[in-house]
Design a protein around this ligand. Sequence first.
Ligand SMILES: [Zn+2]
Length: 615
Amino acid sequence: MIELAGRISEDFINEVRDSVNIVDVISQYVSLEKRGKDYVGLCPFHQEKTPSFSVNPEKQFFYCFGCHRGGNVYKFIMEKEEVTFPESVERVAEFANIPMPQEYQEQPVKLNPLMQMHQDAADFYQQILLTTKIGERGLNYARQRELDDELLKHFKIGYAPDRRDLLLTYLKEQGYTDEQLAESGLFVQTQDGRLFDRFRDRLMFPMSDETGHPVAFSGRRISDNPDEPKYINSPETSIFNKSDLLFHFSEAKKHARKEGHLVLFEGHMDVISAYKSGIKTGIASMGTSLTQQQVYMIRRITRQVVINYDGDDPGIHAAERAVGLFKQAGSFDLGIVILPDKLDPDEYVKQYGAESYQAAITGAISTTDFFLLRLKKKYNLNNEREQVAYLSEAVQEIATLQNPVEQDLYVGRLAKETGVSLDALKMNLSRARRRQRRIDEHTSAAEPAVLPPAPVQEQQPVTRATRAQQRLLYAYIYSDEAREYLLLNGFVFPSPQYERLAKLWLNYIETHENVSLSGFLDFIPEELQSIIVSTDMMEIPGEITLEELEAQVRVLNLCKIDDEIGQHMQAIADARRRNDQTAILRETQAILQLRQLKLQEEEAVSDRKKASHEQ
Ligand SMILES: [Zn+2]
């Protein structure tokens, strides 16, 4: 990474890093909870159900105890956004509102060709909509749908005129190859291989990935021609996968932290209507029902989700299905909004206004309420038999609640509503609870439930030698005295990586005035960063005594002796095969000497232990 310092100055890199809090940056991607002095959450790099991802605000590090990824804020963005180091600095600078140095700005971020093509197409369509004569038809339609300029710009909406090769010609002029154009999904291909614009006479809604780059489009029909489908979506391509894209996700997650929740809609038009009413945390799945991948994307941002699907029957069924998916993934706090008269958000806002709509979102009901409401509609409560069935199903649902206070509340309400005695219902409830517990035990035994095991980074077992080296490296970094001692005694780390880190640290502190571990990370090779971070995240006592230093060095000596003994054993085995008696004798003597040495070292360690116990 040192060679990159030439492009962006080290001062700038430090300035940007020091002006953000890593917790704020990571919170844009991960829902973090404070635990002790750290923040913890679900790792964005491997799929997991219990948090092993930890962010330390004091050291400005993150570290995952599951997949062992770790580093400072730049490393996080590099891994998460899959960008280079300078790009990562640029992103963090943007977050910190610090303009990039002039000479760097001239180098635009390089997207892959298909993504760049989608960016170009989105810009092209929007320019047509906002500034051209041919786009007026689209603009009139947008105005009819009450999409003002601010909305058009925020959602990057454009217009594809009724031409067969407008986009095609434009993109060819930009230098895209026929092959790239053919695989982009932006065109349809005839049997003889010719390409035509897929979207014609349509209002164009770009679908962006998690970083806000358009990867697909949805085109809304403008004409009244019922033979044309109302919406056409891009087919799946190498950059667009329906099941892991959420409309408006990159924008909504920026607001999710402040608002405390995301609002899930059925379609992208709902997201736009909600945005118009001041709800900026809206997202929607794209031309599919909600998928598990999307649920996990959402969970990385927040556990608080409000579901606002259409109030008609398909909408309610879709909402029920979504609730099931969220419950399966676990630990969500869900709210459901059912708008009256089977209205969708757009219709509701038109009829009742933005404020009323916001109130509806704030007043979202719990999933239990939602279930009970649905249940009540299923049965004729004037018929006694049906009432019994209703109560039995309701009590079963209430039994799935974890919180006994909640259970009491719902049972009480049920008793009041139906006139059935509270005692009878409570008896039913405890029976249902016993059954539910059995089910819970059964399902938790049948784990792992939803996701395939995460690819875990190559991981070396933490050996005694590794622990000793970590401790010594920690001492080397934090204590001038310890470093002096190790240097004076000519200590060399057995592992070349640790030795290299020690040398780099010496070099770093000699050449830098403001020394920080987080700054150090930017100047060492990537593969060494996680050693530093895992060393630093270990809960080890900060103070290092001379005795401990000596003891740790001894541990390493012992490990080294063990290694050497192993090598001589191997040599003996070889010599036996050759029947080389002299070599056997020589190796045996060497082993005996090493064993003697080992014994002395071990005695020294145990003497030290005794001495420290007696103190
Ligand atoms: Zn991880």
